[in-house]
Design a protein around this ligand. Sequence first.
Ligand code: ATP
Ligand code: FE2
Length: 329
Amino acid sequence: MAVVLGIESTAHTFGVGIVSDGKILANAKKTYTTEKGGIIPIEAARHHRENKEKVYFEALKEAKIKEQDIDAVAFSQGPGLAPCLLEGMGFAKDLSRRIKKPIICVNHCVAHLEVGRLAGAKDPVMLYVSGANTQIIAYASGKYRIFGETLDMGVGNFIDSFARYAGIGFPGGPVVQKLAEKSRNYIELPYTVKGMDIALSGILTNLRRKLESGRYKLEDLAFSLQETVFAMLVEAAERALAHTGKEELLLGGGVACNSRLQEMCKIMCKERKAKFFCPPPSLLVDNGAMIAYLGEILFKKKIYFSWKQHDKIDIKPRQRTDEVDVKWR
Ligand code: ATP
Ligand code: FE2
């Protein structure tokens, strides 16, 4: 029985997860937040540096294991913010060297997807909606293919930018959801689906103008933002289901915590008799457990580097989902 430790540090969260036999033994994390304004990469990296030891020991304690019990160390290699990724990789290499155990490189987006198996999904279309990423992904002949994606910004960053213009701190998503729940007054916004892709920057500009005009209530704008953009996502996801013939939809990424988005996806799936899967929030947001989970799958297939091969490993800030060779399926 292997024990794999996973490190997540692509953006705002430093997470350490521990998995054994597909079971999550620990999922410790600490997230960089701000009262006002967005995420600053160097600041987030500093946050990781200051908290990594603490999060690591918390994970060991939660899993009731000792450092010597770890059989391999997995880490998020990309995509993500370079200063943050470097903190995670540095930590992974130090640990791997100290315990003389293999190191495993994991793609962050694919980890979001694979951990959906714990929710029961077998061969889903995945709607992956996080801060930096918005993609509709499905497995087809050896790769996770991107069937649709955002043409400009990730939906989480889009919501966080709107929140910043409105004077709300980071992350804005949960606050925008609360505001939206107070309104039923729909204000017309541009609706931009292009084939299976979506575009968000035009809607953001439109919302910003509306905010600055002072003529609209913030909760009405929050409500209209959610109704418009989530409908766009659901439309593109439905088209991917139809196109691939798959019968499962899996949600992933931090924005998937949004209960209105979940509701809209459920309705769509019910209408076309597809199954709907959504992991718990602790596995939706960035977390170390999903890195450990995919790490263990790779470990069992011997897809790793020994602790003497660290010079062969670097971060991949711009790695794309469809660049990853899915040799483990
Ligand atoms: P990635 O590196 O995968 O692109 P990420 O690092 O930004 O993603 P996640 O933790 O997956 O991180 O997602 C964070 C995003 O989720 C933030 O933009 C946040 O506003 C958004 N979010 C969290 N909860 C909600 C919610 N209830 N409604 C909408 N958005 C939410
Ligand atoms: Fe993520």
